[in-house]
Design a protein around this ligand. Structure first.
Ligand code: SAM
Ligand code: SF4
Length: 332
């Protein structure tokens, strides 16, 4: 893992392996590392967080996004931590949607606060939602997330639907011996609600002690379990991480994201920005550039350009299958 400040950025002359620059069209922004849950695969109970003044302001995020959109980014995902813990998030959505060449703006959330914020997010122009839900059982939810919250999440999903969000995706991390007995129930719930269900392979990360507590169910096995519900017809793979299928019986879509069994590094078109203003090439490895302080020194356009050029060249040809950073910091 290479961590660097913006100046001087290392180059191939410094013995660094720099790949061909990638086209980057997708930016994932962690707007906060804080969360109202403590999912065991994501962060420990006693996680420490950045002080609030370390975080980029909404104006700073929008300015970085403006430069990246001008360089080809077409889609921005807000994530975290729990993005809805950041005060008045719709203001940021409004700023991002007002950028020249308005990018698509989407969000990944645990859904707990959607009941309160769905309408304002919709009015601000948020395009779509991914909501994480690993179980439909209240007690299991409490064990997995170390907090109560199933009913609030379901209410949040209902609120999102009521205010008009469409094509909402439901993200479930599949863990052997933990929630893999709910694949059929979660799929049935999503199909009934009109959501697109996506099953995500568990990723070993520093934040979950590299998977000591959960068994990873690989792609083929997840698919086999879904097929006990109905036959899947594969769809063409896009540039994203999901293998998508159509459920033959209903015509609805189902996705499997298997970043470990089936890395999509070759076609990866994304960069990440952490809440404290670090631009990263990859969830797992590659390199990262701290840009906040240089931005605050008034050199935004040049810093973002140089950092983008760097991270798009240090993207790994294929990742090593585990992450050494905190998931909530980098933004899952
Ligand atoms: N708090 C929001 C949420 O839970 O949707 C956004 C941030 S969370 C880090 C983003 C996504 O990363 C969630 O869908 C979560 O399930 C997923 N995630 C976190 N740790 C993971 C792991 N070790 N393996 C697979 N997915 C993980
Ligand atoms: Fe919070 Fe999302 Fe991590 Fe769960 S996965 S602890 S909801 S940031």
């Amino acid at each position: 893992m290479i961590t660097v400040q913006p100046y001087p950025l290392p180059s191939s002359g410094d013995g660094l392996e720099l790949g061909k620059p990638r086209a980057i069209t997708y930016l994932r922004v962690s707007v906060t590392d804080r969360c109202n849950l403590r999912c065991g695969y994501c962060m420990p109970e006693d996680q420490s967080f950045f002080p609030r003044d370390a975080l980029l302001s909404y104006d700073e995020i929008a300015e970085v996004a403006r430069v990246l959109v001008a360089r080809g980014v077409r889609k921005i995902r807000l994530t975290g931590g729990e993005p809805l813990l950041r005060r008045d998030l719709p203001t940021l959505v409004t700023k991002l949607k007002a950028l020249p060449d308005a990018p698509e703006v989407v969000m990944t959330t645990n859904g707990m606060l959607l009941g309160e914020h769905a309408r304002a997010l919709r009015e601000a122009g948020l395009d779509r939602l991914n909501v994480s839900l690993d179980t439909l059982r209240a007690e299991r939810f409490r064990q997995l997330a170390r907090r109560d919250g199933l009913q609030r999440t379901l209410d949040g999903l209902a609120a999102a639907k009521n205010v008009g969000f469409e094509r909402t995706k439901l993200n479930t991390v599949v863990m052997g011996g933990v929630n893999d007995d709910e694949i059929a129930d979660l799929l049935a719930y999503s199909l009934a609600q009109g959501f697109e269900q996506r099953f995500i392979e568990f990723m070993p990360m520093k934040s979950n002690d590299y998977g000591v507590a959960a068994q990873r169910i690989p792609l083929d096995e997840i698919r086999r379990r879904i097929e006990t519900v109905g036959k899947l017809v594969p769809r063409a793979r896009g540039s994203g991480p999901a293998d998508t299928f159509t459920l033959e019986s209903t015509g609805q879509r189902v996705g499997i994201i298997a970043a470990i069994s089936l890395p999509f590094c070759e076609t990866c078109n994304r960069v990440r920005m952490t809440a404290e203003g670090v631009l990263r090439s990859c969830l797992f490895e590659g390199g990262e550039v701290a840009i906040r302080d240089r931005i605050r020194a008034g050199d935004l356009e040049r810093v973002v350009d140089e950092a983008l050029e760097f991270v798009r060249r240090v993207k790994p040809p294929v990742h090593e299958g585990m992450g050494h950073v905190d998931m909530n910091r980098v933004g899952g």
